[in-house]
Design a protein around this ligand. Structure first.
Ligand code: AMP
Ligand code: GLY
Length: 434
């Protein structure tokens, strides 16, 4: 790749903060964030979707750009930057359709023979409702386009499925996302996030992890962007990882190649490991790192991340050694504004951030900002992601909750799940093995 003078990380979440933290350990080059948050340094006041201003900045500072969130990818930031001979890590607009259109992703999986839940596509309420009524299985209703993790309704009965369909087609709650939906069969099992670095042809898997998507303990309530994670997950044994690589990740990159699409970037398969059969089903593809999975994965990474990103840019991942991971468990707990993923307040002063938490804990920022008095204020739904490492999963969870209990912005204003990593601890004491 071309020589560069600085790194530009696009985004403002805990994911981007943790990527910046890792890269700052890997290089002496200056790391900028656009727009960043109250925890990141060298913030540039440019919105992550303002592609022209980002381009101007990257040209001026001769940056190697790393894209955190999906939206700028779906808008075609990679195509734009590459057109100006700038180095940028992430998939191009065409490849990003794997995430930006559920319809595209499902049809791609069907055509490529990648295991996914049986599905149908609808563009009006009445035929979708008829389908629900004639089906004997519970369904999941998915809005076609990007909806920040909120466009998916996992239904227990026909009534909730019908309500979700009405929300989409009649109340028009997702009018910016698309006018199509996917109705798919609900699969029962355990979820895992499987993320790999791809250079268009070769793929290196990252450590496995598990997200906690629902807002409430016990996986109840609406979906969010993610309320906590841990890595690795005992659910993904070595033999299951081999199966996922052979049956899902490699065919995906090859199938895209067959369509003339080169996938360079992080490929994230959101999997359901079906109870009973132990078979991996793809629930979704994302074309970026997960948030908060990234925080728990990178906390464990012992290799130099930047070297891998550069190798992917140069299509030389094949010659890189496998990535080294700390022989430790990590847990990440998301502290959110109470009310998220619905309405919530912002602008609350966060206390307790200056305590010493020990070198095994990082408090990554998401929805925060600094005021003129250098106080850190809440500024979004997901506010902080506290990430701890320990020899055991239980130890990492305890360390993490102890830090969370020291951070406050008002009893009635803050919220976090109390059961992060408990599923992983339960699996560890049960029967997952090769
Ligand atoms: P998605 O954005 O498609 O990954 O969906 C968000 C979340 O909804 C997933 O992480 C699962 O928790 C749940 N989900 C999606 N599809 C299914 C399915 N077919 N069966 C069961 N749960 C699902
Ligand atoms: N944590 C799920 C996601 O990043 O999409």
């Amino acid at each position: 790749m071309k020589r560069y003078d600085s790194i530009l990380i696009i985004g403002s979440g805990g994911r981007e903060h943790s990527i910046g933290w890792k890269l700052s350990n890997d290089t002496k080059k200056k790391v900028y964030f656009a727009p960043g948050n109250g925890g990141t340094g060298n913030n540039i006041e440019i919105d992550s979707n303002d592609l022209m201003k980002l381009l101007e900045f990257a040209k001026k500072y001769n940056s190697f750009t790393i894209v955190g969130p999906e939206k700028p990818l779906a808008l075609g930031i990679v195509d734009l930057f590459e057109g100006s001979q700038l180095s940028i890590f992430g998939p191009n607009r065409n490849a990003s359709r794997l995430e930006s259109s559920k319809v595209f992703a499902k049809l791609f999986m069907q055509n490529t023979g990648i295991q996914t839940a049986p599905f149908s596509i609808f563009s009006d309420a009445s035929s979708a409702i008829k389908h629900v009524q004639s089906s004997s299985k519970n369904v999941v209703v998915k809005v076609d386009g990007l909806a920040a993790g909120k466009g998916v309704f996992v239904c227990d009965n026909d009534k909730s499925a019908t309500e979700a369909i009405k929300k989409i087609f009649i109340d028009n709650e997702f009018r910016n996302s698309s006018n199509k939906i996917v109705l798919e069969e609900r699969i029962y099992g355990d979820e895992a996030s499987f993320i790999a670095i791809c250079d268009g042809r070769f793929i290196l898997p990252l450590a496995s992890s598990q997200d906690h998507k629902n807002i409430l303990d016990g996986d109840k309530g609406p979906n969010t962007g993610g309320m906590g994670s841990y890595s690795p997950t005992p659910l993904i044994t070595q033999s299951l990882e081999n199966k996922i690589m052979e049956r899902i990740i490699q065919p995906t990159i090859k199938g895209l190649n067959n369509l003339g699409i080169n996938f360079k970037g992080f490929l994230y398969a959101g999997l359901m490991i079906e109870r009973g059969s132990n078979e991996p089903y793809v629930l979704e593809f994302n074309v970026r790192m997960g948030d908060p999975e990234c925080q728990s994965i990178l906390s464990r990474m012992d290799s130099n991340l930047l070297q891998y990103l550069e190798a992917a840019m140069d299509e030389k991942l094949e010659s890189m050694p496998t990535i080294k991971w700390k022989d430790k468990h990590s847990v990440c707990i998301v502290m959110a504004s109470r009310g998220y993923p619905g309405k919530y307040q912002t602008g609350k002063v966060i206390h307790g951030l200056n305590s010493r938490f020990g070198h095994d804990t990082h408090v990554f920022h998401s929805g925060t900002k600094k005021n003129s008095m250098r106080e850190i204020l809440t500024n979004g739904g997901r506010v902080l992601s506290v990430t701890s490492l320990d020899d055991t999963l239980e130890g990492a969870k305890n360390k993490c909750y102890s830090v969370v209990s020291q951070i406050h912005w008002g009893e009635n204003e803050e919220y976090y799940r109390r059961d992060i990593a408990l599923r992983g601890i339960k699996y560890t004491s049960s029967t997952f093995s090769d």
